[in-house]
Design a protein around this ligand. Structure first.
Ligand code: HEC
Ligand code: HEC
Ligand code: HEC
Ligand code: HEC
Length: 509
């Protein structure tokens, strides 16, 4: 596949385009631009992709700053959809820029050595999440570097067509006003505004995705990989931290282009749809492992189970002994946090039967024998994945607004009626409440500050603020301050949490 010659042409075009910036007003009237390979591409009339997948091309982050585009807000020709300083924000704060460095640091090297995986740059099992494994048939642009970790195009789409059309002076204003669906289908720019698509992307690394070769095995954990945390897309997007603005924060003219509806509770909507997609992805991961295990007559990888069921301190009395489940005491449960929010959302939609029944089916499959019956687990998890996909569509088609939004709040507050099953489950509700309050605050509604302080603070034990920010952070167990060293999941106690929660709820009244 040809790459460099055509791309040189492309970059020359880009530089020239910027040099003749004054011409843009005139040129923008035209919808034709010189194509990357010399042909002409009509930008306003999207070129039919004719079912053919667009060729993949991996750019490096540098390319996004060439000609001053996503650096220091230098580009100003309207209509500008973004602030033009995304690379600065990314480089300053975003851990994705350190994802490869994690593999070359002390802990990363130790893990690789213990697993005999060789050098970081060839450890494909890790690179799938900590950078990218370039597919067969795809090409690398000269700006691409593995060391950049999870770079811009890993999330935004590794395709030349959108990169070219959206950056060339001659074509970009026409490109900007295209619907985001067209930008994706015809140009290969991933539609990350779609909550379902965004969440599926994040979850592929933060939960796992078998087809994409992304999975943290129990071997990797045992070799030192930190436990993947439960994932919630709205609060995790904020904590990356966001290098973009929410639609409600954007200038009016951009809101119009992007189809912003100001009555919609933007972040809560993302949270709800995202929770169903996260469940779907975790069930697909489980189903594909269960299928392999059942064919090979093996047991499921322990990484799919609740880590803390096996890894917890032993004492004469434990809150775990008081839990009810359909199996015998001592059988290992699966991770349950992905069920929490979609289950609540289903009640919000007015039905409450299906998720409970499906959960029971999966539990029966899991507890019917030690480490579960893979065949039955496969069938049950496929059903839940199917259900989650359908409920994500329902959430997406019924925008949360002034009428339905407050109902979400009261559903979320029902958390205090029954203790959460574990730390990760409690955290899901915690993040959802923060997200909900963020929408409420933006709409000028009255919010309970005591509550927020409790949830976010040290006392709730939920550790809702991730330790984000660039640079090497100490691994768990290597922190000097023993108080912070307490691993929150190990310390979490449902009854203790519930006691404090009820206290703050009362205080807030
Ligand atoms: C399924 C995706 C996935 C795979 C596969 C994966 N990781 Fe990770 N890794 C992550 C995520 C996500 C985090 C951040 C954990 C969090 O905060 O939830 C992480 C964290 C880490 C950290 C800690 C980083 C820090 O700064 O705290 C190291 C080191 C690491 N991974 C190394 C590796 C190595 C080595 C491999 C291969 C043996 C590997 N990872 C495989 C997703 C993955
Ligand atoms: C981990 C995934 C991820 C990575 C990596 C990433 N982005 Fe984004 N980016 C997003 C999401 C999610 C959005 C919000 C939805 C959207 O605009 O499509 C976004 C939005 C944007 C926007 C639109 C800003 C706005 O205000 O609407 C720009 C421009 C952008 N990113 C540029 C970059 C650049 C440049 C890089 C690399 C330095 C980068 N992104 C890396 C996920 C990512
Ligand atoms: C290609 C894999 C990949 C994708 C896609 C991805 N991430 Fe990550 N993410 C990682 C890895 C790996 C880390 C850990 C990096 C490190 O600590 O060095 C990480 C870290 C993070 C962190 C910091 C976590 C912490 O404990 O501090 C947040 C927040 C985050 N990601 C959010 C997101 C969101 C939101 C999306 C989707 C828009 C997303 N990620 C998409 C791989 C990915
Ligand atoms: C079925 C029980 C079981 C489950 C579930 C389980 N583990 Fe383990 N794990 C073990 C056993 C047994 C060992 C080996 C203990 C040893 O070497 O002392 C181990 C070893 C480890 C080790 C290395 C030894 C140590 O304690 O530091 C880590 C880290 C670890 N597991 C993390 C995890 C994580 C993270 C999860 C969830 C994603 C998980 N485990 C799920 C049973 C389990």
């Amino acid at each position: 596949m040809s790459t460099y010659s055509s791309n040189r042409g492309f970059w020359r075009g880009l530089t020239l385009g910027v040099a003749f910036f004054g011409l843009t007003l005139f040129l923008n009237l035209l919808t034709l631009r010189p194509g990357v390979r010399g042909e002409s591409i009509a930008v306003s009339k999207a070129e039919p992709a004719a079912g053919k997948p667009l060729p993949k091309l991996y750019f490096g982050s540098k390319a996004c700053a060439s000609a001053g585009c996503h650096e220091k807000g230098q580009v100003t020709d309207p209509p500008l959809l973004c602030r033009g300083d995304e690379l600065d924000r990314f480089k300053a704060h975003d851990r994705h820029a350190d994802a490869y460095n994690a593999m070359t640091g002390k802990l990363g090297r130790d893990i690789l050595k213990r697993l005999n995986l060789g050098e970081p740059q060839t450890a494909t099992d890790c690179l799938a999440c900590h950078s990218v494994n370039i597919e067969k048939g795809a090409t690398k642009h000269e700006s691409f570097q593995l060391e950049e970790g999870v770079g811009c195009v890993v999330c935004h789409g590794a395709h030349e067509r959108w990169v070219g059309s959206h950056s060339l002076v001659i074509s970009r204003s026409a490109f900007r006003i295209l619907p985001r669906e067209t930008k994706e289908s015809d140009y290969g720019m991933t539609d990350l505004w779609d909550p379902a698509k965004r969440t599926a992307l994040c979850a592929s690394c933060h939960v796992g995705n078998q087809e994409q070769g992304k999975f943290v095995t129990h071997d990797m954990y045992a070799a030192g990989h930190p436990p993947l945390q439960g994932f919630e897309v709205a609060s995790w997007s904020n904590q990356m931290p966001r290098h973009w603005q929410l639609l409600r924060e954007k200038p009016k003219v951009v809101q119009k282009i992007q189809g912003h509806n100001s009555s919609v509770w933007e972040e809560s909507q993302l949270m709800l749809v995202g929770s169903a997609i996260t469940l779907r992805e975790s069930m697909r991961l489980l189903a594909s492992h269960a299928k392999t295990a059942s064919i090979n007559g093996e047991m499921l990888d322990w990484a799919l189970f609740d880590c803390y069921a096996c890894h917890h301190p032993l004492g004469p009395r434990s809150w775990r002994q008081n839990q009810t489940h359909p199996g015998k005491p001592g059988r290992v449960p699966l991770k349950t946090w992905p069920m929490v929010l979609p289950g609540m959302g289903e009640k919000l939609l007015g039905s409450k039967e299906e998720v409970d029944q499906l959960t029971r089916e999966l539990e029966n499959a899991t507890y019917s024998r030690p480490f579960g019956d893979p065949k039955k687990i496969q069938l049950a998890s496929e059903k839940i994945a199917h259900w989650a996909d359908a409920i994500a569509k329902s959430f997406a088609s019924q925008p949360l607004d002034q009428k339905t939004g407050p109902k979400l709040g009261s559903e979320l507050l029902k958390i205090w009626q029954a203790p959460p099953r574990d730390f990760d489950s409690a955290r899901q509700t915690g993040w959802a409440l923060l997200t909900y309050h963020s929408d409420e605050a933006a709409l000028g509604r009255n919010i309970n500050k005591e509550w927020l302080k409790f949830l976010e603070g040290y006392e709730s034990g939920l550790d809702l603020k991730l330790k984000t920010g660039r640079g090497v952070r100490p691994a768990r167990g290597e922190v000097a301050n023993p108080k912070q060293d307490d691993s929150p999941p190990d310390q979490f106690h449902p009854d203790g949490f519930m006691g404090k929660l009820k206290f703050y709820l009362q205080e807030g009244k």
